[in-house]
Design a binder for this molecule. Structure first.
Ligand SMILES: Nc1ncnc2c1ncn2[C@@H]1O[C@H](COP(=O)(O)OP(=O)(O)OP(=O)(O)O)[C@@H](O)[C@H]1O
Ligand SMILES: [Mg+2]
Length: 212
């Protein structure tokens, strides 16, 4: 499959595998990775996880614009540190000149689409502002159809283009069929629970899941 040059990985929820999918795609595409807002740095960062899983050099990683210690929704984590998240400060690197001239950029959102960033704006507003098409990641389990269709509806309401859905943590062809049918989107892949989740599993994962 051919991926657009720049896209955003979002999800139906927190903890459903956005970072793992972002790592798979960053590695497979030799992309740059950018997580603009990171909460929960007390417990590590997604950028460090992607760096570890991909083994790509430091210059593939654009540092977050906002980091917060507490593992909370960004609006709360920011409030605890008396910070206001200002969306106008979050911009993509220019496409001119290295390393930003690298062919692909993978941007990872925080949590799900309707996560507040301040008292006025949500994650989905940031995605709209960055003008990136999205890949929506969902955990493949009971309830996934509902969560995925609601997320797709929110994206459609704001005219944010959707590249497709990735179902993570298992295979369920009934979920895949229903989401493709009602959501009118391609299912790009169904990714199993990788055990172990290791750099070598990641290195072969792109061809395994996205090779034609
Ligand atoms: N396909 C997979 N195989 C094995 N483990 C996985 C897989 N997908 C996700 N995980 C594990 O599930 C947990 C949550 O995944 P991940 O951190 O990618 O979620 P997330 O959606 O990025 O969360 P956040 O909203 O905090 O950014 C992690 O411990 C991760 O290692
Ligand atoms: Mg993540």
């Amino acid at each position: 499959m051919i991926f657009p040059q720049r896209f955003c990985i979002t999800g139906t929820d927190t903890d459903i595998g956005k970072t793992v999918v972002a790592a798979l795609l960053t590695k497979g595409l030799g992309a740059s990775y950018f997580k603009p807002i990171q909460s929960g740095t007390d417990q590590g960062s997604d950028t460090d996880t992607v760096r570890h899983l991909t083994g790509l050099p430091q210059d593939h990683f654009i540092p977050p614009v906002y980091t917060f210690k507490a593992p909370l929704s960004p609006h709360l984590a920011a409030e605890q540190e008396q910070v206001h998240i200002d969306l106008s400060r979050i911009t993509l690197p220019s496409q001119a000149g290295p390393p930003a001239s690298r062919s692909h950029l993978v941007v990872e959102g925080a949590g799900g689409l309707m996560v507040p960033l301040n008292d006025r704006e949500l994650m989905i507003d940031l995605i709209g502002q960055l003008a990136l098409p999205v890949i929506l990641v969902a955990a493949n389990r009971l309830g996934t159809i509902n969560q995925t269709l609601l997320s797709l509806q929110a994206l459609a309401l704001r005219s944010i283009p959707v590249i497709g859905v990735i179902l993570n943590l298992g295979r369920d062809d009934n979920n895949a069929r229903a989401i493709a049918h009602f959501g009118k989107v391609p299912i790009l892949a169904q990714i199993p629970r990788l055990d172990p989740l290791s750099p070598s599993a990641l290195a072969t994962g792109f061809n395994r899941f996205f090779g034609d």
